[in-house]
Design a protein around this ligand. Structure first.
Ligand code: EPZ
Length: 429
C-alpha cells in the first residue's frame, strides 16, 4: 500500500498544469450508455476513479479505446472513446459501486435507454451516509418503478420509455441532478428540474449532452428544462479543468508561502476560491489566458471564517485543504461544513501534528499559527488525504502519509506535480 514521504518547510515555487475534472469526467463517461454511437472524451484525468468507471462500463458491455499514456500508476485517462452499441448487462455490482459512489450515475442512462437497471446501493463513505433518495425519487417521478432488494436498486420502466415531468429537489444535489438530467434527455415530453445543482460539472455534462443532440434550456441555472428526444448521437468533448485540483494547489502554495503558476485553469469557475484567498492576503494574478499565479511569498496572511456552500459558493471539496492553510496563519477562524454531516475526518490527524482545532457540530474553530509537527499520518478520504499533504508540506521535518490510494482516486501524479515545484515529496510502497 503506497505511502507519501514529505519533508516540510520548503515554499512551493513553479508551474503546475491542472488536469481535467474528475467530477465532470465521471458523469460524462456515463453518457455513453445513452447512445449506440461513439463518445470521444479528451482531457480525462489519469486517476483511479476513471479506471473504476471504465471497468464498470466495460462490464455493462461498453467498448473502450483508451489513450495508452498512463498517468499515476498507469491509471486510465487522456483520450477515451466509449461505444455502448452492445450493452448486454444492466447490473452495476456491489464490488464496483462500493468503491465509487459515482457508479450510481449509470442508473439514469440505463433506465432512459433500456428501460431497466439493477444497481447496487452505494452504501455510506467516510464523509457521511450520502443517501441516494433524491436520485430514486426523481427517477420514480419520471416513470421508473423502483424496488430495493438485497442491497440493490431493481428498477424498470413500464412501457419502456420514461415520461417527462416536473422535478423539485428539496436541496441541491449534484449527483441527483446528473441522474435526472441524463434520464430526461430520452424521456417522452418535457422535464423541468427545479432547484437543480449548477456546479460547473453539471454545466459541462449538459453541454456535452447538447452536443449529442439533447434539447436542454437553462444550462448554468438552478432550473433545467429538457425536451426529450428520440435518440442521441456521438460526440467529441473536452472535459473542463478540475477546479478542486486547482484550488488544492492554490492552498498548498499559500500554506508554504510559495509562488505557483497554474495552467489550463478555467478562471470563471474559480471565483469563490480566488476571492477567499485574496481576502486572507494572497496575491493572485492572471498573467495569461487560463493561467492563475498565486504568490504568497513573504506574505502576511490573516485568517477568515468560511462556510461551504453549493456552487458558486466555497466548495466543500476544498474545506479540508483550507483548514490546513488556516493552521499556518496566526489567529483563529471558524470553518463551517454545511454540505456533509461528517467531513471533519482530517481534524483528528491534523491534531496529531499539534493542530489546535475545536469541533462543535458542523463548525470547526481553528487556532492557527502554532508550528505544525511532522508525524506519521493516515488518510481517510480523498480530500482529507490531500489536506494532510498540505499540512506536511507546511510542517517542519519528515512526515509519512499512509493509504495513498485515497489521493490517487482524484489527483493525477500529485507527488510529481509538487516535486517539480520544489516540494521534498516522494512515493514509496
Ligand atoms: C458530488 O457528490 C461530488 N462527487 C462530491 O465530490 C462533492 O463533494 C459533492 O457533489 C458536493 O459538491 C462527484 O461529483 C463524483 P450531492 P454527490 O448529491 O453528488 C445529500 C470529491 O471529493 N444527498 O451534491 O454525492 C448528501 O448526503 C467528492 O470529489 C441526499 O441526502 O453530492 C450530501 O449531504 C466528495 N440524498 C448533500 O446531499 C441524495 O439523494 C450533497 O450531496 C443525494 C444527496
Amino acid at each position: 500500500m503506497d505511502k507519501i514521504y514529505v519533508t516540510g518547510g520548503t515554499p512551493l515555487n513553479g508551474t503546475i498544469t491542472i488536469s481535467g475534472s474528475k467530477n465532470a469526467a465521471l458523469p460524462l463517461m456515463a453518457t455513453s450508455l445513452l447512445t449506440a454511437d461513439t463518445i470521444t472524451l479528451s482531457n480525462v484525468p489519469h486517476i483511479a476513479d476513471i479506471s473504476t468507471m471504465a471497468h464498470l462500463l466495460l462490464q455493462h458491455g461498453t467498448n473502450l479505446l483508451i489513450d495508452a499514456s498512463g498517468g499515476n500508476g498507469g491509471h486510465l485517462g487522456g483520450v477515451i472513446q466509449l461505444t455502448s452499441d452492445n450493452i448486454n448487462n444492466i447490473e452495476a455490482p456491489y464490488d464496483l459501486v462500493r468503491k465509487m459512489r459515482a457508479s450510481v450515475l449509470v442508473l439514469g442512462p440505463l433506465l432512459a435507454r433500456f428501460g431497466k437497471a439493477r444497481v447496487s446501493l452505494p452504501g455510506g463513505c467516510a464523509i457521511g451516509t450520502r443517501p441516494i433518495d433524491m436520485h430514486l425519487k426523481a427517477l420514480t417521478e419520471l416513470g421508473a418503478v423502483i424496488e430495493l432488494t438485497e442491497g440493490y436498486i431493481d428498477a424498470h420502466v413500464p412501457g419502456g420509455k420514461l415520461t417527462g415531468t416536473d422535478i423539485h429537489f428539496g436541496k441541491i444535489s449534484v449527483g441527483a441532478t446528473e441522474n435526472a438530467l441524463m434520464a430526461a434527455t430520452l424521456a417522452t415530453g418535457t422535464t423541468t428540474i427545479h432547484n437543480a445543482a449548477k456546479e460547473p460539472e453539471i454545466t459541462d455534462l449538459a453541454n456535452c449532452l447538447v452536443s449529442m443532440g439533447a434539447n436542454i434550456d437553462g444550462i448554468g441555472t438552478h432550473t433545467l428544462t429538457i425536451n426529450g428526444v428520440e435518440s442521441l448521437h456521438g460526440t467529441h468533448y473536452k472535459v473542463i479543468c478540475d477546479r478542486i485540483e486547482a484550488g488544492t494547489f492554490m492552498m498548498a502554495a499559500a500554506a508554504t508561502r510559495g509562488t505557483l503558476t497554474l495552467e489550463e485553469v478555467d478562471l470563471d469557475v474559480m471565483t469563490a476560491t480566488i476571492e477567499l484567498l485574496k481576502d486572507i492576503g494572497v496575491h493572485i494574478s492572471t498573467p495569461a489566458d487560463n493561467t492563475l499565479k498565486v504568490d504568497a511569498h513573504n506574505a502576511t496572511l490573516s485568517p477568515k471564517n468560511v462556510s461551504t456552500e453549493a456552487y458558486p459558493g466555497f466548495a466543500t471539496d476544498l474545506q479540508a485543504q483550507y483548514m490546513a492553510l488556516m493552521l499556518t496563519i496566526d489567529g483563529s477562524c471558524i470553518i463551517e461544513e454545511t454540505i456533509f454531516e461528517n467531513r471533519f475526518m482530517h481534524v483528528a490527524e491534523l491534531s496529531r501534528m499539534g493542530a489546535d482545532i475545536l469541533i462543535e457540530g458542523y463548525k470547526a474553530t481553528v487556532h492557527g499559527g502554532k508550528p505544525l509537527k511532522n508525524a506519521e499520518l493516515m488518510a481517510t478520504d480523498l480530500r482529507a488525504s490531500v489536506c494532510l499533504v498540505i499540512a506536511a508540506l507546511a510542517a517542519q521535518g519528515d512526515s509519512v502519509i499512509n493509504r495513498m490510494y485515497h489521493i490517487d482516486r482524484g489527483y493525477e501524479r500529485i507527488e510529481e506535480k509538487l516535486a517539480k515545484c520544489g516540494a521534498k515529496i516522494r512515493r514509496a510502497r
